[in-house]
Design a protein around this ligand. Structure first.
Ligand code: GLN
Length: 201
């Protein structure tokens, strides 16, 4: 595969920051709102924002079902914060009408850090990211309450799981797109590249 084309689900949230981070990590990045746009990308980022809003807009735009189909058939996907919630097979405290795409066998608690601390930063050791710790920016962030046997825990903060991977699906409670450190996006771009290569064999 040459340069992978990676979409950012552009219904609500910090879309622009992810487009910039992906471009800096050597991907071609473009916004995705409609099923036709989703069909054209090699991988997808689901940004931070408000998971209930993203869920409702995804249904409204007719992109929820195609998204589920692609994620469950192995398209690489990366969710940050609200995006992590969207990738959870189960949410502990969903709002009414809130659905997820699923794809990661985990139970997520929305706004878990938020009650104690609306927003904070913490240095994190993230598996698969070499060098200095990753600066984690947490904004009304969820944490992962529990994971299934297939889900790898990549990082914890204060005893709570904040980064996970299951197969081609990656999720973080925090927002690497806000720090100018593109290593987590680089990890995701590598996942997309590896998947593209496998497909073209
Ligand atoms: N608390 C938000 C939610 O439930 C997530 C916050 C974020 O993405 N920064 O969707």
């Amino acid at each position: 595969m040459t340069t992978p084309v990676i979409g950012v689900l552009a219904l609500q949230g910090d879309v622009r920051e992810h487009l910039v981070a992906l471009a800096a990590a050597d991907a071609v990045a473009r916004p995705v709102r409609r099923p036709e746009e989703l069909a054209e990308v090699d991988g997808l980022v689901i940004p931070g924002g408000e998971s209930t809003t993203i869920s409702k807009l995804a249904i409204l735009f007719g992109v929820m079902e195609p998204l589920r189909t692609r994620v469950h058939s192995g398209m690489p996907v990366y969710g940050t914060c609200a995006g992590m919630i969207m990738l959870a097979d189960k949410i502990l405290d969903p709002r009414s009408g809130q659905e997820t795409v699923g794809g990661i066998d985990m139970i997520v608690r929305r706004n878990a850090f938020g009650r104690q601390n609306e927003s904070f930063e913490a240095a994190l050791d993230v598996q698969g990211i070499a060098g200095d710790p990753v600066e984690g920016v947490f904004i009304r962030a969820p944490w992962v309450e529990s994971v299934g046997a297939e889900t790898e825990v990549l990082a914890e903060h204060d005893g709570h799981i904040v980064a996970v991977r299951q197969g081609n699906a990656l999720a973080t409670s925090f927002h690497p797109e806000l720090t100018g450190d593109h290593r987590v996006h680089g990890l995701f771009v590598d996942m997309v590249r590896a998947n593209g290569t496998a497909e073209s064999l």
